[in-house]
Design a protein around this ligand. Structure first.
Ligand code: NAD
Length: 427
C-alpha cells in the first residue's frame, strides 16, 4: 500500500530526504512488525500544515518577509506539542517530518500529547535581538488560530530559546487578554517556566545512555564520548556526562571543533563557546572538524546537531560502538542499516532526546495548576520517565529480536493507532 502520498503536497512535487527518511522508518516498522494496516494511511499524513508569511521591519528600515510553518501531525492522544526551529534550512517537508517524529516520541514516553513542529526560514545569528523579537511576535500572531494551551503548545528547538518562548507567551497572552502560561513551554523560570527544563534534553540523553550501559554491565565512568553540536542539547549532555565520570574526547559545532584524548574541560569549553560563539582557538585542546569527530576513536558518539549528519558515506568509518541520537533524525536509513550490520547500537532519537518534551510536559502541568515543583522533583520524575521508557523499548527489542529503533517505533505507533481506533473517525 502506498501511504507515502501526502494530499497536502502538490502533485509532482518531490519530498525532501528527511520526510522520506521519516517515512522509511514508519513504513518499515509497519510492514515488519505486522501492525494493523487500517490506520496506516491516516498516521502517514499530517493533519494540517500552515504556511505563513511574516513581514518584518528590519533595523535598517527595509521590510523583509520571512516564511514560517506549523505542521500538526496527529492529536489522537492529546493536544499537539512540538518545538519551533529557526534555521535557514527549515522547509515544509522538514517540519512535517519533525512533527511526525514528535508524535511517536510523545507516545513512546507516554505523554498525553500529539505531535507538531514549527519553523521559520531565517538565520537567527544574523538577526538583531529586536528583529528576532519582531519576527517571533509576528510568527506567533500568524499561527495564533491553531495554537493554544489545549490545542497546540510550542517549545524551543534549534535556533530558539527561552527568550523566544517568552515572546511567544507574551504575544499570545496579549491577544487573548490574560496570561496563558500553558500556551508554550521552555519559558524562562521568571515567567512560569519549569526549573530543569533548559538542561532536560541533555539530562535525558545521559539517563538513557547510563541505563543502556547498565544492561551491558558498564558505566559512564571512563566511557569515551564524542559530542557533535554544542548548543542546548549537546552542551548539557556533555556537561552532565562529564560530571558522571565520562571522558568527553571531542566536541564540535557548526564551524569548528576540539579534541583531547585525555578529556576536554567541558565547563571551560562551554564558557568559551558562550563568550565567542565558536570553539575556534579554544586553548588546551586540538582542533577537529565535524567529519573527523564522527569517525574519531571513541566508545560513544552523540550526534546533537541537525538531521542527516550520519549518512552512508560516513557510517562505515564510525569507530564508536554506541550512537545516542540526541538530535532529531541524525542517521539516514542507509547509514542506520550499515551501523546495524556493523553491530553498532543506536539509541534512537524518539527515546534518547525525549527528556526535553518530558519536562515540557511537567512545565505545562505546572502552568495549568499554577503550582511549581522544585528541581529535585523535576529531575527525579524525568529520570523515572526516561528509565521506564528505556525498559519498555529494551523489553520489546528482546521480545521481537529487533533493534531499538524498530522497538521504539513499534511501541509508539501502536499507542497512537490504538487511540485512533478507540476514538474512531469523525463524523
Ligand atoms: P541549538 O541551536 O541550541 O544548537 C545546535 C548546535 O549544533 C550548535 O552548536 C550548532 O553550531 C551545531 N550545528 C548546527 N549545524 C551543524 C552541523 N551541520 N554540524 C555540526 N554542528 C552543527 O539546537 P538544540 O536545541 O541543541 O537542538 C539540536 C538538535 O536536538 C536538533 O536536532 C533538535 O531538533 C534536537 N532536539 C532539541 C531539543 C531541545 O529541547 N532543544 C529537544 C529534542 C530534540
Amino acid at each position: 500500500m502506498d501511504t507515502n502520498t501526502n494530499l497536502l503536497k502538490p502533485q509532482g512535487e518531490h519530498h525532501s530526504n528527511f520526510w522520506q527518511n521519516a517515512h522509511h522508518y514508519f513504513d518499515t516498522v509497519y510492514t515488519d512488525m505486522g501492525l494493523d494496516a487500517l490506520w496506516r494511511p491516516y498516521l502517514a499524513n499530517p493533519k494540517r500544515v500552515l504556511t505563513v508569511s511574516c513581514p518584518i521591519k528590519m533595523d535598517d528600515g527595509r521590510i523583509q518577509v520571512f516564511t514560517g510553518y506549523r505542521a500538526q501531525h496527529n492529536n489522537a492522544r492529546g493536544p499537539f506539542k512540538g518545538g519551533i526551529r529557526y534555521d535557514v534550512t527549515v522547509d515544509r517537508d522538514e517540519v512535517m517530518a519533525l512533527a511526525m517524529l514528535q508524535t511517536w516520541k510523545n507516545a513512546l514516553v507516554d505523554l498525553p500529547f500529539g505531535g507538531a513542529k514549527g519553523g521559520v526560514v531565517c538565520d537567527p545569528r544574523k538577526l538583531s535581538l529586536g528583529e528576532k523579537e519582531r519576527l517571533t511576535r509576528r510568527y506567533t500572531s500568524e499561527i495564533m488560530p491553531i495554537i493554544g494551551p489545549n490545542q497546540d503548545i510550542p517549545a524551543p528547538d534549534a535556533g530558539t530559546d527561552g527568550q523566544v518562548m517568552a515572546w511567544v507567551l507574551d504575544t499570545y497572552s496579549m491577544m487573548v487578554g490574560y496570561q496563558a502560561l500553558g500556551v508554550v513551554t521552555g519559558k524562562p523560570v521568571s515567567v512560569g517556566g519549569s526549573v530543569g527544563r533548559e538542561e532536560a534534553t541533555g539530562r535525558g540523553v545521559m539517563n538513557i545512555l547510563r541505563k543502556f550501559l547498565a544492561t551491558q554491565n558498564k558505566q559512564l565512568e571512563g566511557t569515551r564520548i564524542a559530542v557533535q553540536g554544542f548548543g542546548n542539547v549537546g552542551s548539557h549532555a556533555a556537561r552532565l556526562l562529564d560530571q558522571r565520570g565520562a571522558t568527553i574526547v571531542a566536541i564540535t559545532e557548526r564551524a569548528s571543533g576540539i579534541f583531547d584524548e585525555s578529556g576536554i574541560d567541558v565547563e571551560a569549553a562551554g564558557k568559551y563557546y558562550k563568550e565567542n560563539g565558536t570553539l575556534v582557538d579554544f586553548p588546551g585542546a586540538d582542533a577537529m572538524s565535524n567529519e573527523e569527530l564522527l569517525t574519531c576513536d571513541c566508545d560513544v558518539l552523540v550526534p546533537a546537531a541537525m538531521e542527516n549528519t550520519i549518512d552512508a558515506a560516513v557510517a562505515p568509518h564510525i569507530q564508536a560502538r554506541i550512537v545516542v541520537e540526541a538530535a532529531n533524525g541524525p542517521t539516514t536509513p542507509q547509514a542506520d542499516a550499515i551501523l546495524r550490520e556493523e553491530g553498532i547500537t543506536v539509541l534512537p532519537d524518539i527515546l534518547a532526546n525525549a527528556g526535553g518534551v518530558t519536562v515540557s510536559y511537567f512545565e505545562w502541568v505546572q502552568g495549568l495548576d499554577n503550582y511549581f515543583w522544585d528541581l529535585k522533583r523535576v529531575q527525579d520524575e524525568l529520570q523515572r520517565v526516561m528509565e521506564k521508557s528505556f525498559d519498555a523499548v529494551n523489553a520489546k527489542a528482546d521480545e521481537a529480536d529487533c533493534d531499538y529503533r524498530t522497538a521504539a517505533y513499534t511501541i509508539a505507533i501502536s499507542r497512537v493507532a490504538e487511540a485512533c481506533k478507540v476514538k474512531g473517525l469523525f463524523p
